[in-house]
Write a protein that binds this ligand. Sequence first.
Ligand code: GTQ
Length: 369
Amino acid sequence: MTLNDDVLGRARVTDNEELKAFYAELETHEAGALWTVANDIEPWYPQPKSVPTLWRYADLRPLVLRSLDLVTGDDAGRRVVMLTNPERKDVSAAVGLLYTGLQVMGPGESMTAHRHQASALRFVVEGQGAWTIVDGQKLKVGPGDFAITPNWTWHEHGNESAEGPCIWQDGLDIPLVNAFDANFYEVHPNVYQEPGKVENWSLLTYGAGQLRPYGFGDTWTKPYSPLLAYPWEPTYEALRNAAKAIDGSPYDGVIMEYSNPLTGGSVMPTMSAHMQLLRPGEATLAHRHTGSVVYNVAKGSGHSVIAGRRFDWTRGDIFCVPSWAWHEHANGSDSDDACLFSFNDFPVMRALAFWREEAYPDNDGHQPV
Ligand code: GTQ
């Protein structure tokens, strides 16, 4: 069915002069007639303004590095090249209600501390020496590592390498928080945090996978993961091991969710993240679901078909899948793994009972391109 089918139960009023005068009079009272917009505000299925978009790292990297010479981190607040979906520039979204950008820190650079109501996550793309202090805890992160800055936690970032810059991808729910008019922002009263003595405290305490702290740290009641950083090596090893044992998802290959080790749930209340492995030659089937996803190619190369369009990707490329868009992924190599990091708003979709998912029904499960 098309969006404005002329059927009983859908708005199908034909305007005439009398009605137009009526609408004009309603407008003078800050009011309107529902039937003039009903089919738009209650579509048959989601109508995202966001379009599938791919940002090539080869195009962005030189621009990101150029920003190093143009602004200081502290003058800019954060030195970030943000990625905006063509129809979502007004809310600074990469897709749906998710923001993303590439943040760069020069050798020896460090920035001041702040906190905000938006939650943040990082996926490190390149460089050694990146660190972030989250609520007094210093985390060191390298390429392929995933880290979180839950909402209202103090954070400041830096790069202690003498050699080169560090680039990581930021993912935040800024547009979501703003859509709810719930954003707050605060600068740290001491400008910088005093980091605790033990670096990577949360990883040392909670990072043992199947082993859960017992009698210490297990009374954690905050609504986010006590584990703040998830290194690449054990993540990739977990996927490789699982790939020996299971087929994986028909739509995503071998895919794992970064989880709160105490609850098994998502790392933060609004955003979750995954790492998925596509075996050499593997091509998945198409499906669609509510919720938006931003990907970063962590390893290898291949392509995805999103809403009938093919996007070829290689390491460092970022792309998005809007809500309810058909999508499928393929590893382009017959000898090497491909890995996709992604983050999403699924925890919100599930908490609000908005989650829906379906398989592509025709054509052996693949979209025509
Ligand atoms: O690191 O806190 O890319 O507040 C955008 C807004 C990063 C951050 C961004 C932010 C941050």
